[in-house]
Write a protein that binds this ligand. Structure first.
Ligand code: SF4
Length: 469
């Protein structure tokens, strides 16, 4: 049975939100990227590509996904934790495109040319930092190397400050059918505090243009927990966004880690909402979007009931990829660009995060993979469980046992014991057949999945050990 998240009355006990809306992995991969190792590099990645190619999985089989990372941004948003290069020098794009083309050629050499692609995503940074001609060049190169299927989902992240109606029209002509606007917050004071000023009128006009151009799906990204955000101001943001009716809304939590992310040092800690206010911001957003008729997809994602994501959710066909929830099975993902993360067979790989190194390696004909992971049997088993929780809200013991040849209850005895706490709080039920996330538990599914994350468990055990000795 599938969890029906939006049967929940839009009211969640703030105490539960306080206890369980903790930070944690978003599980766009398992193991998560911070567990990748340098022992996995370009040679191991090429081997993985060759194995997939020989194994036939890529020969007319499952179509690929392709991710392209464009790192450049014209101006710095102070909350940013992305891998980006802030520059106004648009002439930096051409050598980057040279490198991307070299990378495509090297990967396709190992894969074979013209593999079918069902999903393409351009992310960043700011993909629309590229001019129309540069985007055309990029799409032409992608089409030369890969067979983009006629019904492929082609999506692009858009900084509203970098586009107008004519540019949106060009994106549609190039084959993009899904767009995602980075909005974050509509309040002028908040926008100033994070150095990202983009008036509501501009966003509204662009969304109208995008609709008129026939984009199949429009997503809006929001962030709660930003400086100067108040329950009043964020209520207005939520109302306005719901009124604009994007097909999908992603509501991320701001994590203030100025030691780790330098741009965040420009945010005054005193202007950040306190813990109780952060919980109130999240609660009002959930209430607001549910009341406005959105379905809760999971992990802070909402979609209109007729959106493909909502339909997939209801039909138990939801998947997770590096872009979050998606409707296509999470097969092989070819990643292109500085810092990009790919997934081929039972491996993950990540390119260098250093732009100069990325371009230098490719100029020398070397793939820029510098970290990654070959998944163990245990990783694959835990990935199955975590993705089943995150996407279907249910783990059926028997299907996991058949696929991975383990006795679920003895293999995960400790994890099942730990879940007792969640059973008590009404977030999951456990019976003879499996684990079921309840409608309430769906709002905390990340924390439930974390129980099965082996490296996290090891970290916690180490912490406990160091406290008791
Ligand atoms: S948040 Fe996005 S647009 Fe802003 S600096 Fe970071 S990557 Fe660039």
């Amino acid at each position: 049975m599938l969890t029906e998240p939006n049967t929940l009355a839009p009211m969640i006990d703030p105490e539960l939100l306080r206890r369980f809306s903790q930070g944690g992995p978003r599980y766009t991969s398992y193991p998560t990227a911070d567990r990748f190792v340098e022992a996995f590099g370009a040679d191991q990645y090429l081997q993985a590509l060759a194995q997939r190619s020989e194994g036939g999985a890529l020969h007319g089989g499952e179509p690929l996904s392709v991710y392209v990372h464009i790192p450049f941004c014209e101006s710095l948003c102070y909350y940013c934790a992305c891998n980006k290069v802030v520059t106004r020098q648009h002439n930096r794009a051409a050598p980057y495109l040279d490198a991307l083309e070299a990378e495509m050629a090297l990967q396709v050499q190992a894969l074979g040319a013209h593999r079918p692609v069902a999903q393409l995503h351009l992310g960043g940074g700011t993909p629309t930092f590229l001019s129309d001609d540069e985007l055309t060049r990029l799409m032409t190169s992608l089409r030369r190397h890969f067979a983009l299927q006629p019904n492929a989902e082609c999506s692009i992240e858009i900084d509203p400050r970098t586009v107008d109606a004519a540019r949106l029209a060009r994106l549609a002509e190039l084959g993009f059918n899904r767009i995602s606007f980075g909005v974050q917050d509509l309040d002028p004071a908040v926008q100033q505090a994070v150095h990202r000023v983009q008036p509501l009128e501009q966003i509204e006009a662009l969304m109208k243009d995008a609709r008129a151009l026939g984009f199949e799906s429009i997503n809006v990204d929001l962030i709660h927990g930003l400086p100067k955000q108040t329950t009043e101001s964020f209520t207005r943001t939520v109302r306005e966004i719901a009124r604009l009716r994007p097909d999908r809304i992603a509501l991320y939590a701001y994590a203030h880690l100025p030691q780790r992310f330098k741009p965040q040092r420009r945010i005054a800690s005193a202007e950040l909402p306190g813990a109780a206010e952060r919980v109130a911001l999240l609660a009002l957003a959930i209430d607001g979007f549910l009341e406005a008729g959105y379905d809760y997809i999971g992990m802070d994602h909402f979609a209109l009931p007729n959106d493909a994501l909502s339909v997939a959710r209801r039909q138990g066909r939801l998947h997770r990829s590096f872009q979050g929830y998606c409707t296509q099975p999470d097969g092989d993902l070819i990643a292109l660009g500085v810092s990009a993360i790919g997934r081929v067979g039972a491996t993950y790989s990540q390119n260098t995060k250093d732009l100069a190194e990325y371009q230098d390696l490719l100029a020398g004909g070397v793939l820029p993979v510098v970290r990654g992971l070959a998944l163990t049997r245990d990783d694959l088993l835990r990935r199955t469980v975590i993705m089943a929780l995150m996407c279907q809200g249910r783990v059926a013991f028997e299907s996991v046992e058949l696929a991975h040849l383990v006795d679920f209850r003895s293999y995960f005895a400790e994890e099942l014991a730990e879940l007792a706490q969640f059973v008590e709080d009404g977030l999951v039920t456990i019976d003879a057949d499996g684990i079921q996330v309840t409608p309430l538990g769906w709002y905390f599914v990340r924390v439930i999945a974390m129980v099965f994350d082996r490296p996290l468990r090891a970290d916690r055990a180490r912490e406990h050990y160091s406290k008791v000795i």
